[in-house]
Write a protein that binds this ligand. Sequence first.
Ligand code: SF4
Length: 213
Amino acid sequence: MKENYQLLLDGIIKENEKQNIVPTLLLHSCCGPCSSYCLEYLSNYFKITVFYYNPNIYPSEEYFFRVDEQRKLIDKLDCKYPVNMIVGKYDVDRFYKTVKGMEKLKEGSQRCHLCYELRLREAATIAKSEGFDYFTTTLTISPYKNSTVLNEIGKKIEEEIGVKHLPSDFKKRNGYKRSVELSRMFGMYRQDYCGCIFSKMEREAIKKLRETS
Ligand code: SF4
């Protein structure tokens, strides 16, 4: 039977509330718009530090623009517990090494699974060294991303590194729709491709095809 990760998250939140605990969470964020709903929702139950680690993003101008958008969003959001932010290293070479040989695969393929793992592993490493209670990622909000794969990667890394992964499926309960609303409300930039050069090329090819057909 398919796991319902939203229900798992509900259970963890309920248990922490019962014990009067507000745990710390290192929330890996792919971009400001996707993090908007996740922050609005999770900041009622966790003390969050956003971890911006996305060496997959191309070109560098886009990367730095997304970092700024993330910062602006955190400043604008009115959260129950203050939200901090850590910006990871923009280690582009690490991303290209990770996905070597998979450049021509489509979005959603094994290339993406390795890209998720790269970012989640870095988040877990920082969460462990900085003593966070949990780590997770905003990536499950995207309709283009497989939440089962993301949660299975998170669980595997939890066991390897020894820091708790917070299960999630943020697209449930209209999370994605709410993120679009919040992005509009805050006048945020919403990119039309996932992030890497390959996804940019794929999106441009689709656009061209539509224009000529
Ligand atoms: S399409 Fe997105 S998830 Fe897949 S490799 Fe590129 S940036 Fe990573």
